[in-house]
Design a protein around this ligand. Structure first.
Ligand SMILES: *Cc1c(COP(=O)(O)O)cnc(C)c1O
Length: 397
């Protein structure tokens, strides 16, 4: 059994704060500061440029990629790290599209994160007028997969509602229709059990600063199925994805396996932070994590629905259809979240009316969750959320 008291002790959470926003930016694991300081002082400071070899900086994207791979069911050597998730979405999509040359349609859903859709639109514009992105309602995806679709591009867990797609079923459906699938695991990696190998995913991408706690701006990951990777032609053909970067050839040749999905110089300080942050996962069983996440979510839903009936559940009621977050709707959602934050309970707001709460068993206890629900209901009952200062929108919601 996973010891969640032990994992909680591995985090440096601000005193008095209940953090229900690990789905947006994970908190600081205790060992990260020392590791980053060591990388700065001993490696960058003392080794300077020799750190690329002596400290193994150049291998860090692959080494850390393997550690992330373990959390998503990817074999060693099939995941690499770098860039931001938006870039990785673009790369995966471009390579997948090129592998289905007789088709021109990218299919996605209206619950997808806008950046994924924007990247797809931008790629279509570059490729030519016959390429297009089609979106349907999340529930309609299965039926919309036909033989016109080149690539199905989906985010497994909806960032707004927490609704979870049936990944294995949709992959099987897409493959039957001759399409490839790109999965965005931004709200899956570290949140729920994922098995890209077992589900036969073609490409998968995700970020590390949400449930994997790498810190703001931490690098993204990309997985390419082993049977496809040698055919994957990188659209962003940077020098570090070249077969021999230090040959400085004038012609591009893709590197070995998923290494070809590297673009430029890796962010070593952020990779060091992520590498340390991943230590937290060493004794964690993902099935235990899932069971505990569902128990926390169900308790929160029950308490909030009983205590503040004016909030409407926006997430699927059935736990099996949710990721690791719970959302409610209210027309004054923004102000309610600001009032909650003022009380030390951190959730966030997504336009137009979603109050979003992430559930992260690594550092959240049943007591935290009960207290958070209690605070939310108190704010709703005494009208504290309706103060003018809570209605002013900040740049980041
Ligand atoms: C968080 C998130 C992103 C963010 O992309 P960045 O390039 O890292 O800013 C993209 N897609 C999804 C589905 C996300 O949840």
């Amino acid at each position: 059994m996973t010891d969640f008291t032990a994992t909680r002790a591995m985090f440096d959470l601000p005193r008095g704060m209940i953090y229900l926003d690990g789905n947006s930016l994970g908190p600081l694991p205790r060992n990260v500061a020392a590791r980053v300081a060591q990388t700065v002082t001993d490696e960058w400071g003392q080794m300077v440029i020799t750190g690329w070899n002596r400290a193994g900086w150049m291998d860090l994207p692959a080494r850390v990629g393997d550690r992330v791979g373990r959390l998503i069911g990817a074999a060693p050597g099939t995941v690499t790290m770098g860039d931001t998730l938006s870039i990785k979405v673009y790369q995966a999509l471009a390579s997948a599209l090129e592998m289905v040359p007789d088709r021109r349609v990218i299919l996605s859903d209206t619950g997808n994160f806008p950046s994924d859709l924007y990247m797809a639109e931008g790629l279509c514009r570059t490729l030519g007028p016959e390429y297009r992105l089609e979106t349907v309602a999340p529930e309609a995806v299965g039926d919309a997969i036909d033989t016109r679709v080149a690539v199905l591009m989906l985010t497994e867990v909806d960032y707004r509602t927490g609704r979870k797609h049936d990944m294995a079923r949709l992959i099987a459906r897409a493959h039957e229709a001759g399409a490839l699938v790109v999965w965005d695991l931004a709200h899956s990696a570290g949140a729920i059990p994922v098995n890209v190998t077992g589900a036969q995913a073609d490409f998968a991408v995700g970020c590390s600063y949400k449930y994997l706690n790498s810190g703001p701006g931490g690098p993204a990951f990309i997985y390419v199925a082993p049977h496809l990777v040698d055919r994957a032609r990188p659209a962003l053909s940077g020098w570090l994805g070249h077969e021999a970067p230090f040959a400085f050839d004038l012609d591009y040749r893709p590197g070995r396996g998923v290494e070809r999905m590297r673009v430029g110089t890796p962010p070593i300080l952020q990779l060091a932070a992520l590498d340390a942050a991943l230590d937290v996962w060493e004794g964690v069983d993902m099935d235990d994590l899932r069971a505990r996440s569902i128990a926390l979510q169900d308790a929160f839903i029950a308490q909030v629905e009983a205590g503040c009936p004016e909030l409407t559940l926006a997430s699927p009621r059935e736990a099996a259809h949710r990721g690791s977050q719970v959302s409610f709707r209210h027309p004054h959602g923004y102000a309610i979240i600001q009032a909650l934050i003022a009380e030390g309970v951190i959730g966030d707001f997504r336009a137009p009316d979603i109050l979003r709460f992430g559930f992260t068993p690594l550092y959240l206890s049943p007591k935290d969750v009960a207290q958070a629900a209690d605070t939310l209901c108190r704010i709703m009952q005494n009208g504290a959320w309706d103060r003018p200062e809570y209605h002013t929108r900040a740049r980041v919601t």
